[in-house]
Design a binder for this molecule. Structure first.
Ligand code: C5P
Length: 288
């Protein structure tokens, strides 16, 4: 079975506060993009599920989110998980704020659901994904969506008008728990205009969407990293992006363009300094 696992970007990301379970209440507008990993799933002759990946530093056994997804799927089905051979061709940069691990896990859930004759509806499958990771429910459904709570309360939104997206991941990674810790230790002075973003999506107003893109994690980045993210955003805007922001807990920054030629020029300019620079487009929801 062959599967596509799309990356996501955050058009907005707001942290509303801490929860008793140690997580944070979030409000985020999410968007799938055409950048995707390829997965295959086969029954295995071995004793345990194995995950093989073109990035050898990623975990290849139980600790991989793709293997955890298979365990959670069969647990929800009330059956013991058969050993699987999961292969992942990664194209989504790792530790980038684009839900690379979560989207692979979501693809495993969709693939196994298909293979078992669709025992779960899309909403039920997203619920199964909650036990795998906070971004997994959204990745099961994809498209343009509002995610609240830990990330599991999903409201589908009107599709973002077609545009070109340049994504650029600087060459450092940021620990997600550390960045949440930084948010907890400061008073955030700015928040995204989420309701304005929802209205802009409702109206199909791409410049209005781009103008409202905002991620509170940018405000708590360590200084040296903030400089790089800001430089990338400035380059994107210089070459004609309608707006630019960081995705998730970073460090990937991206910009939205109406003209492919502008997006191509921005990609080429950023590629001089960065190795992970891609020109992609937005992707439709997986379930319609
Ligand atoms: O659920 P997942 O393992 O993807 O989350 C990674 C980390 O991000 C959590 O351990 C937690 O520190 C943080 N997180 C959070 N609140 C959320 C989502 C994630 O604090 N809503």
């Amino acid at each position: 079975m062959e599967l596509l696992a799309h990356a996501k970007l955050n058009l907005t990301l707001d942290v509303l506060g801490c929860r008793p379970d140690g997580y944070h209440d979030l409000r985020m507008v999410m968007q799938s993009i055409t950048l995707a990993d390829n997965l295959t799933i086969h029954p295995s002759q071995g004793e345990r599920t194995q995950v093989r990946c073109n990035f050898s530093f990623l975990p290849n056994g139980d600790q991989n989110l793709a293997a955890k997804a298979a365990r959670c799927f069969y647990q929800a089905l009330g059956r013991s998980a058969p050993p699987l051979d999961i292969r992942i061709q990664k194209r989504i940069p790792v530790c980038a704020g684009m839900a690379g691990g979560s989207t692979d896990a979501a693809a495993v859930l969709r693939g196994l659901n298909q293979q078992e004759g669709l025992p779960f509806s899309p909403a039920q499958l997203a619920q199964v994904g909650e036990a795998v990771g906070a971004d997994v429910p959204y990745c099961v459904l994809g498209g343009t969506a509002l995610a609240e709570g830990r990330g599991e309360l999903l409201t589908p939104l009107p599709t973002l008008p077609k545009c070109f997206v340049v994504v650029c991941k600087p060459d450092f990674s940021i620990s997600t728990p550390e960045l949440f810790g930084r948010v907890d230790s400061v008073k955030l002075h700015h928040h995204p205009d989420t309701s304005g973003m929802l209205a802009a999506l409702q109206q199909g107003d791409l410049p209005g969407v781009a103008r409202r893109m905002y991620n509170v994690f940018e405000d708590v980045l360590p200084a040296r990293q903030a400089v790089q993210v800001t430089e990338i955003k400035q380059t994107l805007i210089h070459f004609g992006a309608l707006g630019a922001t960081m995705s998730g807990t970073g460090p990937t920054a991206f910009g939205l363009f109406t003209q492919r030629s502008d997006a191509e020029a921005a990609r080429a300019a950023l590629a001089v300094d960065y190795s992970d620079v891609l020109l992609v487009q937005t992707a439709d929801p997986i379930w319609t």
